[in-house]
Design a binder for this molecule. Sequence first.
Ligand code: URA
Length: 224
Amino acid sequence: MTLRGLTRTHDAFVGYRLGMNLTVIDHPLTRHYLTVLRDRTTAPPQFREAARGLTSTLVLEATKRVPLEEFDIETPMETTKGYRFTNVVAVPVLRAGLGMLSAVLETIPNVKVGFAGVARDEETALPQEYYSKLPDLSDATVLICEPMLATGGSLSWAVDKVKSSGAKYVIALCVVTAPEGVKRMYEDHPDVKIIAAAFDRELNESYYIVPGLGDMGDRLFGTL
Ligand code: URA
């Protein structure tokens, strides 16, 4: 399949969803929480709670691929093998990615956190960096939390950022993805797996995902 030959329709991107860089989780809990997030009447406290619940289902899938360190552990009976997480770093993309952080902190043992601040220029939709604070990422497994994968500009920028700090293995956790963003990520970073709750139809003329859930940051933090 040649990427260049694909059109911008939803159906043309099913190949990405099924076999390439995107995995869409269809667990009943994921669908439940996504429905709460999509509902325009959901208020910020319930929206935050649903974002937390949904993210924990994405984390289970994403961490299937995380390498573990093996070590010896003493049970009350004898010595046996144990396993632990080492060097996993979560990087929420500010500000909407903060809505995914509490689930990551509660679920992943020993996780470290870096922050990447990027704003979308409202006219061009290009990413503008305004803050970045990353730990040493040498050989780390990095989970980037970017809930709305729209044009893909912010996520691609964040992946460039973590790779230039040494990250070798990068996974993106998204709530909703659009064909344009998935395609952009496949072209810029084909090694990065995207774990998401939805693959939506398209972007509108303001670069919002439809059907989507609106502005994730505004809905999380009540700034509508
Ligand atoms: N960011 C959002 O918060 N929502 C979208 O639909 C696209 C980008």
